[in-house]
Design a binder for this molecule. Sequence first.
Ligand SMILES: Cc1cc2nc3c(=O)[nH]c(=O)nc-3n(C[C@H](O)[C@H](O)[C@H](O)COP(=O)(O)O)c2cc1C
Length: 151
Amino acid sequence: MKALVIYTSKHGCTKQSATKLAETLEADLVDASQKTNVSLEAYDTVLIGSSVYAGQILKPISEFCSVNLKTLMTKRIVFFVCCGFENKALEIIDLTFPKELTSVALTKGYFGYSFKNLGFFEKMICKMIGAPIGETDIRLENIEKFAQTFM
Ligand SMILES: Cc1cc2nc3c(=O)[nH]c(=O)nc-3n(C[C@H](O)[C@H](O)[C@H](O)COP(=O)(O)O)c2cc1C
């Protein structure tokens, strides 16, 4: 199995999860916000991850999915997110990534959240919704078990 982990992350939480996932799978790792033109030819499995802001995944990863939709439909696909609402994570994946891909994905994962390193306006929003500013709960320990479910 040759795998690619591709992700976007605003403050590093999803980056940490994606990095651990790539290490576990001995996969290549790409930050979609840094590299827009990614060749998928070499991969049979593509793991796609993002964090969630205002109910949406980040733009570079949704653009990656739309631009490469046809090719991704020929691959083994896995989704993962980091977000504040654990009980909504799988629903968010189904609502925000393309249906053509979520309906055939091997599995979908949630790896926790981090509310650290926020900007002024982000802090204000988090205060309004009662989010735990300054707290982190990144579930790196779940990643090996998660990887075993589709390897
Ligand atoms: C301004 C703001 C809005 C957010 N909106 C949501 C949201 O709508 N749903 C959710 O589950 N989490 C939300 N979160 C939580 C982030 O998804 C979470 O902090 C995540 O770990 C950030 O990951 P990143 O560092 O990889 O960007 C929000 C966080 C911030 C700071």
